[in-house]
Design a protein. Structure first.
Length: 221
């Protein structure tokens, strides 16, 4: 799954392109904070199984925040956000919502899936597939499968029967075993994973985002 660092890297690239002169250290921190917010649902796993990628990754979260922003900035006679932070603050807030959805939630939707409409509808969804043009087959896409199912569908994933592995989970290690040589009766070693970049593409996003962010922040000084 994409790590929180990868989510923040995508968000800072979006903010650097969308905020223009409003991109500075303060706005970068706001964007990063908004992007980290969904992943905090992992803290609820001990009391609510399946909370990760459900409570904080529901589409309802950015929808609700966007509705509040629109109400405050477009329909109120005196906008609290505009009066306190000016037009610059309004722009940062709307870009933060874009990053909340486009950098925090959507990358998880296409890698493993999210509980998109939780709690109104408890089911994990994944958007995955391919789109290409073949000289033999023409246009081919597998994102939407319109063919009749060849076999009965598997039981949908919900918070009741599925949860993602998180940093809180200690599972049997795939690395080296302990120093006891794996003798009979010995306890199997376990590990906790703290993902940084689990694919080469995601690993490239980290220095790329750091470079772009650094250049933009230097220009803002």
């Amino acid at each position: 799954m994409p790590s929180t660092l990868v989510h923040v890297a995508i968000a800072l690239l979006l903010a650097a392109g969308l905020l223009g002169e409003a991109f500075d250290r303060r706005s970068a921190l706001v964007i990063a904070g908004a992007t980290i917010l969904p992943d905090l649902d992992v803290a609820l796993e001990p009391i609510l199984s399946g909370a990760h990628r459900s409570v904080g990754h529901t589409f309802l979260l950015p929808t609700l925040v966007l509705a509040v922003l629109l109400w405050d900035t477009q329909f109120r006679a005196d906008s609290w956000l505009r009066e306190r932070y000016g037009e610059r603050g309004v722009n940062v807030a709307f870009v933060a919502v874009v990053c909340l959805f486009g950098a925090a939630i959507v990358p998880d939707l296409v890698v493993g899936g999210v509980n998109a409409f939780y709690p109104l509808h408890d089911q994990f969804y994944t958007v995955d597939g391919r789109l290409f043009y073949s000289t033999d087959r023409g246009w081919v896409q597998t994102f939407v499968d319109l063919s009749p199912p060849a076999q009965p569908q598997d039981r949908p994933r919900t918070t009741g029967n599925f949860d993602f592995r998180t940093v809180l989970d200690a599972e049997p290690t795939l690395g080296q075993s302990g120093g006891d040589g794996g003798s009979a009766g010995s306890q199997q070693p376990v590990e906790r994973l703290f993902p940084v970049a689990m694919t080469g593409f995601r690993a490239w996003l980290l220095p790329l985002s750091a470079f772009v962010t650094g250049v933009r922040l230097r220009q803002a000084d």
